[in-house]
Write a protein that binds this ligand. Sequence first.
Ligand code: ARG
Length: 557
Amino acid sequence: ANEDNIGSLKEQIAKVFEVSLRVTVPQESDVAPLIAPCAKKEFGDYQCNNAMSLWAKIKGKGTDFKGPQPVGQAIMRNLPASDMIESCSIAGPGFVNVKLSREWIAKTIQKMLTDGIDTWAPKLPVKRAIVDFSSPNIAKEMHVGHLRSTIIGDTLARMLEYSKVDVLRRNHVGDWGTQFGMLIEFLFEKFPSGEVNDQAIGELELFYKASKQRFDSDAEFKERAQQAVVSLQGGDEKYRKAWAQICEISRKGYQKVYQRLGVHLEEKGESFYNPYIPGTLDLLREKGLIEESEGAQVINIQGKKIPLIVVKRDGGFNYASTDLAALWYRLNEEKAEWIIYVTDVGQREHFEMFFTAAKRAGWLPSDENAYPKTSHVGFGLVLGDDGKRFRTRSTEVVKLVDLLDEAKTRCKAALVERGKAAEWTPEELEHTAEAVGYGAVKYADLKNNRSTNYTFNFDQMLNDKEGKLILEKDEERKLGLHLLQFAEVVEDACTNLLPNMLCEYLYDLSEKFTSFYSECQVVGSAEETSRLLLCEATAVVMRKCFHLLGITPVYKI
Ligand code: ARG
């Protein structure tokens, strides 16, 4: 199906204009068409904005054109015959407006219904991408920040996958580091026989807290814990085994959350990259990037007050050295062209610094738009109603599983209240409560521009939307055109790493559909067949939107 991919609407229009541009100004043969939706809808659907910049290039070089407007006129005249375009007009200093033909819109939608929505997948300039998301830290709490990372990362991965990019979904879990010395030592103390199981460790977060308390209050324990880190990193089998057990218990907990959210991830934790750190640092050293500073080894970054520490004073590696090794691995072993990291904005500095180091090492081009490329997708905090960091009632840590439980419970109660318990089978009730409950949690997160903080509020997210009815003429055409714009919205959402663009599109789509539906009779009308097809196309696109947002649509409500 790959070859059948027709590209976005904008691309299709660009193709027609490209032909005209070549004829109009043959001397500027590498100028790309600049196509955008019309600023003023009454002028048309799309406009070509090349005239002005072309004029700037050719004036004074023996051209017959007398200004940008004639250039625009020539671009319009030279457009090849196309059943896509109904009419054209010129505005201002040479903008060429095009109005798409109704028949062509209808035909294109109908073709999608036969060939499938995958033929509408946008084309992106990358073959393989890595999305590094979720990435909680073992034994420490998986907090709502990790929930945001999971939801946003999953949607970005889904949109890239739809665009036929090979996506490696990476869970960069914090499974290495000094906290393990303390945990392992505490484990040995509590279970000298080595008889550990999930029950014995119990709630891993509580276990973490208890061991931390011991670590902070007992100097002798602290020393043993520090020694344990050395033994673990030295590969001592007893310590490795204890480490693996702790990781496994954590993993089971995460898996429950991922399963509920329908999110798939592949774990390659920090420990995986540990063996690659010395070699990576050697490469950076050869480039003269690493310097000594107060006993630590650092990379100085221009414009930053603090350097990036890559080897701590005690000789140990850290978050930054791990990320550098992981980047090396992803570029060279996994051949990723675009590496996307999804974390809270608080980590922006860290990413900026090691991206800069990688550029200085020549691993990444200095041009921001060239590939291979790294992007940090930062998101804002999750706030409670009180405007402070979100916490559930009494406990200080928000247990993600509890949170999802609550979303489901509330949904179920609402459905029961509407009498659905009598109408539906228990399975239907259960399934719908989950789909709507988890879907609401995801939508509430994804609809915001990710960089803003968002307020977590069950009542708001589970509220049914009261559709505002806007009556306009030409509802069918508006809906049709909006459907056609699906691919470019996905493309823009991918390119800018902004899932909220897709949410907006979906929202607009349901509004446009509502206007259409209230204006145009479907069943029993003379246009019944055609309108049913339009309904079906809307459903197909909507379903795809839901899928890309990781939300399970329900068919009964
Ligand atoms: N474990 C980190 C945290 O919880 C997130 C890791 C993000 N990925 C990365 N490659 N640094 O804050």
